[in-house]
Every structure is written in structure tokens, then in C-alpha cells.
Design a protein around this ligand. Structure first.
Ligand SMILES: *Cc1c(COP(=O)(O)O)cnc(C)c1O
Length: 382
């Protein structure tokens, strides 16, 4: 089955009892047993829930993986992966990580004796200098947030395999529609389902997909022991939203291409960050590992001040100022004071997230209206 068919059908079968085509919402905490320990595979909904199983199966198939696990948020999924680590272990991470992941690593896990190295992975060879016998995990986010850097997943995985280190990829921005990290050699894929997978800005959820049975068993143990599982009503919304993932991504990508082109030609704009642009520093890597370039883009202003960024943000009409991304509606944000506010200023500037940077999550509205809004907002700087 092709991807556009799998999003609709993978893991989903009509209800045996009624023929209902949509997966029933099994809103139950427990299941009746015939005799103590004698049951139909379901004991308690933290451990197993039939609605959740359908989404877990669907996600596993979409990522070309075997095991899928859903969590109550993207952060809960990431937290579950980090719980595989022990004091003394070291992790090598992409430098411009999602702010929440950076916070979880530096504010929670550092205190538990785990060491994180953040580095620019544009050049995968940089990683080898940091590898030692304590290195247990390499954490990749690509495209990165908000700079839209592209990391060569194959190259990093080759280095990792050579040193017997696991690789986790946060595939939230690309989705399995555009990029399949397990096929490129990664061991673990994590998602904030909240974004493109659910796609309608109405759910917080996360997931892990992987192939390795032993690692999957450990993560199932963590999922059940720690209990950060999503409820069946939210899962129903995701099962509905994910059916249109492919056609939504096509429109997100083509709209983003149009906006990137317009921004490139704008007098007010300095740099445009979108991996689909030919002069993007990692365009060739993006071309080789992604099917298309995604709906996220960032740009900076010629007059590089926060005041100017705020002026533009205030003048968007259609595009709403909000955290989050990946929904059908276009959103704008100011990374320096919003998504990346928890990163110290010096570090943030060093990473290249300047004061005037604006991040756009391009929705699937008619492109004419999005372009008109961007043009109108930028004209405030004329
Ligand atoms: C939003 C996001 C997360 C966190 O997911 P939540 O569902 O908000 O907990 C992690 N990684 C990336 C890349 C994200 O965009």
C-alpha cells in the first residue's frame, strides 16, 4: 500500500461486532475477566486499550517500524526515551533543539547525572570527537527548530553504529510523509503528534516508533510503569486527523514554497530559512533524505531588532500569533521570546536565533490569502 492509503487504513479494521468503519472509542478503565488472570488481552487501560492499539499500529506502519507507543504528549514520549539512560551516561544532541527538549535535558536529566553535549551537527564528523565509552545515545532533530537546519541522518547513524550508540530522531517537523528515519538507520523515532500528525490543533499527544524488540519491551515497560498514556477520545481525534496527513503535507509544502519565494524577494527580509531553497546550506542533504521540504519556515529582518519583529507580528491578520505548529491554520511566532525563551540569550544568539527572527507554520489555507497577509504585514516596515 502507498503512503496515502496507509494513513487511512493501516491498523484500522471495521469493528467486528457492528461493522462500524471508524475505530470505537473504548472509554473504559478496566475489563471484566472470566476468572482471575483469564481475560481477552485487556486488563487495565493504562496497560492496554483497543483504541490506543489502533493508533500505535497505524503509526508503526507509517514509519516503516514494528512497534508503536503513544504518550500523553510529545514531551512524555521524549521523557520515556531518556528514562532508558543511567547516571554517568552521555548523550550527544543537535544544538538547536526544540526548547522543551532542551529544558527537559538540562533542567531535569542533568540533575540525575546524565551528561548532554549540544553541538552543530551540520557536519556529522563533529560528533566523533565527543564519542566516548559512556556515550549511549545520539539525539537528532531535523529539520531543526526554528533554523530549519538539516542533519544528515544516514551519516550520523553510520557513526553511531560504528560506536554501538543508539540514535533517536525527533521526526515531528518532517512527519513520516516526508522522512523515514528508521529506513535511514535510526533506532528510535519520536513525535509530537500534537503537530502535523493530528494536524488540527486540538490534541496534545506524543509517540515513539521503533524496530528493536528488546528496546521496545523496555519502552513498553516505561510507558506502563510511568503511566503517561493518552485517553481514547484524544486518540479518536488523531485517528481522524491522520487520515488526511498526506494531502495536508502536500499543501503545507507547496504553500511554504510560495511564501519562501515571496520572502526571498522582499526588501524588508534578510535571511530566509527553508530547506527547499537551492542556496539553503543543507539543501542537498534535504533533497536526499526528504520527499519534500515541509511547512515550517523562518526569516530574519534587514533591520534586525525585536521591535521590528513585533511590528510585523502585530500586523498579520490571517496568520495568528501562537505557539505550536503543524495545524491547518497558519501561525506565526517569535522564537527569541516564545518557543526558545528558556535558552540563555548568549547561547541563543550563538545558535543563530536572532532578535528579529520570525517563525511561520504555514497552514493549508488558499495560498493567495497567505501571501497577501505576509505581504501586508511586511509592508509595515516600508
Ligand atoms: C512540540 C514539539 C515537541 C513537544 O511535543 P508536545 O506534544 O508539545 O509535548 C517536541 N519536539 C518538537 C520538534 C516539537 O515541535
Amino acid at each position: 500500500m502507498k503512503f496515502g492509503t496507509r494513513v487511512i487504513h493501516a491498523g484500522v479494521t471495521p469493528d467486528l461486532q457492528t461493522g462500524a468503519i471508524m475505530t470505537p472509542i473504548y472509554q473504559t478503565s478496566t475489563y471484566v475477566q472470566d476468572a482471575p488472570g483469564k481475560h481477552k488481552g485487556y486488563e487495565y487501560s493504562r496497560s492496554q486499550n483497543p483504541t490506543r492499539e489502533v493508533l500505535e499500529k497505524n503509526l508503526a506502519v507509517l514509519e516503516n517500524g514494528i512497534y508503536g507507543l503513544c504518550f500523553s504528549s510529545g514531551m512524555a514520549a521524549i521523557d520515556a526515551v531518556l528514562k532508558l539512560l543511567k547516571p554517568g551516561d552521555e548523550v550527544i544532541c543537535t544544538r538547536d533543539l526544540y526548547g522543551g527538549t532542551y529544558r527537559l535535558m538540562t533542567r531535569i536529566y542533568c540533575g540525575l547525572g546524565i551528561k548532554f553535549h549540544f553541538l552543530n551537527m551540520n557536519d556529522a564528523e563533529n560528533i566523533e570527537h565527543l564519542v566516548n565509552h559512556n556515550t549511549k545515545l545520539i539525539w537528532i532533530e531535523t529539520p531543526t527548530n526554528p533554523l530549519l537546519n538539516i542533519i544528515d541522518i544516514r551519516k550520523v547513524c553510520d557513526i553511531a553504529k560504528h560506536n554501538e550508540i543508539k540514535v533517536a530522531v525527533d521526526n515531528t517537523f518532517a512527519t513520516p510523509c516526508l522522512q523515514l528515519p528508521l529506513d535511514l538507520g535510526a533506532d528510535i523515532v519520536v513525535h509530537s503528534i500534537t503537530k502535523y500528525l493530528s494536524g488540527h490543533s486540538d490534541v496534545i499527544m506524543g509517540a515513539i516508533v521503533l524496530n528493536d524488540e528488546e528496546l521496545a519491551d523496555q519502552l513498553f515497560f516505561i510507558q506502563n510503569s510511568c503511566g503517561a498514556i493518552p485517553g481514547p477520545q484524544d486518540i479518536f481525534l488523531v485517528l481522524r486527523g491522520i487520515k488526511t496527513l498526506e494531502i495536508r503535507m502536500e499543501r503545507h509544502c507547496s504553500n511554504a514554497r510560495s511564501v519562501a519565494k515571496m520572502l526571498k524577494n522582499s526588501r524588508a527580509v534578510d535571511q530566509v530559512f527553508w530547506p527547499g531553497i537551492k542556496d539553503h546550506p543543507n539543501h542537498r542533504v534535504a533533497e536526499s533524505q526528504m520527499k519534500n521540504y515541509g511547512g515550517m519556515l523562518s526569516f530574519t529582518l534587514k533591520e534586525n531588532t525585536q521591535i521590528n519583529a513585533f511590528k510585523v507580528l502585530r500586523h498579520f491578520k490571517l496568520i495568528s500569533l501562537a505557539e505550536s505548529l503543524g495545524g491547518v491554520e497558519s501561525l506565526c511566532g517569535h522564537p527569541a521570546t516564545m518557543s526558545h525563551a528558556s535558552i540563555p540569550k548568549d547561547e541563543r544568539l550563538q545558535m543563530g536565533i536572532s532578535d528579529s527572527m520570525i517563525r511561520l507554520s504555514i497552514g493549508i489555507e488558499d495560498p493567495t490569502d497567505i501571501l497577501e497577509d505576509v505581504d501586508m504585514a511586511l509592508s509595515v516596515l516600508d
